[in-house]
Design a protein around this ligand. Structure first.
Ligand code: SIN
Length: 283
């Protein structure tokens, strides 16, 4: 059923727990202050917004992204020659791995991970290539009070070493290239439960791709707790699934969402263009 925001944005939720399609907005056009405010409000409320039938040049996509903050440059994956802020997320027919092919939050290995990402579909496979999203507030809220109190004050250690450092298995499709991989093993610390800076809601803030351990716990304690949290955080009841078409845009809140780009289209190309908006230090 369609919901109407107080600012006339036409929203259609795609699951009961997160995600809404926004109708009637052309992201390439000059957006009014009211429209941007309504998108921002819906973004915080639904955690991931989808826009269909868009036609965006890299510059138009960047201009839209800048309405929400400064654009980030990925520290370990090359952007395009024209715009370092723009990642061509390209899977070739022969690829056995894909960028984003596992549950993760973007760049939690940074002191200030991104606020959000804006992904535009240029070419999609005839079937498959969907992206899954999981609501980390809902995952946190479903925990028992005892587990919530146990997680309070725990600190996660995050690193991109496993994903990008030389010598590890490549998690990048063939067309995407790493840079400065020797710096990827740097560790940063974030709370295991973070408070969303805009909504004030608490959410889980660990992910299988980049959270390596919990500070102060023995290795086996840390592994057991993380394994539980990784599995719990992405249970089906916290998720939505988006089927892409060329021209679709997804904009997700990296402070409250994990996502997973499925790779179920071997033999076909999938080409997306991603930009990210800088965020703040999780607390
Ligand atoms: C990503 O993790 O940013 C890529 C998501 C996708 O390609 O669907």
């Amino acid at each position: 059923m369609s919901a109407q925001s107080s600012l006339q944005l036409e929203l259609e939720p795609i699951s009961g727990v997160l995600g809404a399609t926004v109708q009637g907005v052309d992201l390439a056009s000059e957006l009014s202050t009211e429209t941007v405010a309504a998108i921002r409000q819906a973004f915080v409320e639904y955690h991931v917004l989808f826009f269909r039938d868009q036609s965006l040049t890299p510059e138009q996509q960047m201009k839209f992204g800048r309405l929400f903050g400064k654009l980030d440059v990925h520290p370990f994956v090359h952007g395009t020659d024209a715009h370092p802020e723009v990642l061509d997320v390209l899977t070739l027919p022969e690829d056995t791995v894909n960028f984003g092919g596992g549950w993760h939050c973007d760049v939690t290995f940074l002191e200030e991970p991104d606020l959000g990402s804006i992904l535009y579909a240029i070419e999609v496979p005839p079937a498959g290539g969907d992206t899954l999203f999981a609501n980390q507030h809902a995952a946190y809220e479903a925990l028992s009070d005892k587990m919530k109190s146990m997680l309070e004050g725990l600190i996660g250690v995050h690193s991109a070493g496993v994903q990008y450092n030389d010598g590890g298995p490549s998690t990048l499709s063939k067309a995407m290239k790493t840079k400065d991989a020797d710096l990827a093993s740097t560790e940063v610390l974030h709370p295991v439960v973070r408070t969303h800076p805009e909504s004030g809601r608490k959410g889980l803030y660990v992910n299988r791709a980049f959270t390596t351990r919990i500070k102060g716990l023995r290795r086996n304690e840390s592994n057991a707790l993380l394994q539980f949290l990784f599995d719990h955080a992405v249970e089906e009841r916290f998720t939505c699934r988006f089927r892409w078409q060329a021209g679709s845009v997804a904009m997700w809140d990296n402070r409250s969402v994990q996502h997973y780009a499925l790779h179920d289209y071997t033999g076909h190309r999938r080409h997306m263009r991603r930009i990210t908006v800088c965020g703040d230090k999780p607390v």
